[in-house]
Design a binder for this molecule. Sequence first.
Ligand SMILES: Nc1ncnc2c1ncn2[C@@H]1O[C@H](COP(=O)(O)OP(=O)(O)O)[C@@H](O)[C@H]1O
Ligand SMILES: [Mg+2]
Length: 241
Amino acid sequence: MNPLTMDPVSPAPAAQPFIEARGLRKSFQSAAGGETVLRDVNVSVRTGEVLAITAPSGAGKSTLLKILGTLQAPDAGTLTYGGVAVDFRDQRQLARLRASRIGFVFQRFNLIPFLDARENVELALKLRAMPQRQRHIQALDALDIVGLAHKCRALPATLSGGEQQRVALARAIAGAPSLLLCDEPTGSLGQDAGQRIFELLQSFAQLHDRAVVLVTHNESLARQATRRLYLHDGCLQGGAP
Ligand SMILES: Nc1ncnc2c1ncn2[C@@H]1O[C@H](COP(=O)(O)OP(=O)(O)O)[C@@H](O)[C@H]1O
Ligand SMILES: [Mg+2]
């Protein structure tokens, strides 16, 4: 069965907290001294939602996404996935969590230029013990979901910016993650291509037990999200910026 499409395409019945972050704190040391980027971040991500996070450049959005994606450890605070606490010292737990539950989409696509669209998507599945034939099928399914199955043999340079970002999205969802973390994924796209990506993110969030966290500068997209929060002075808050 195809894990991307086997779930019913209907909103999750009750919005369950899926990820809970409590009291996240993160500082960096530089030549100029210490800088506290995240002071006290508390956030719950619920299934079925696209949670938009906005803030000026340098406010700590990428740092927060990396912590939520377990790529970076906080200095303090807790993170739970489906009620299970993340132990940032346990590399095996982290690797398992990332490979099975988390997908990343970045602003600059990060596609490998000498691999075609399908090979780029397949690369994300190579971390899994999965026969090559299965990887092929899942990569094609993911490209089909983003409307690019017909471009599976195309090299990134021959695709438009919007198409490249859709390949990057296919790569992120190919492993059927529960959570998509998107760091300004429409930042280098025009309004129409950005809107298209946003609509794909919305459809993804509607799949059973899925959620999307979207960091964006795009006001029009942030307004369409299920919920939006602002990162201000190291804390996440609702209401006006
Ligand atoms: N690995 C790092 N080492 C030192 N400083 C960092 C590191 N990562 C981020 N920072 C600093 O933390 C601040 C927030 O960065 P970032 O999370 O990338 O912000 P945003 O994504 O909102 O633009 C910036 O001042 C940046 O220089
Ligand atoms: Mg950033």
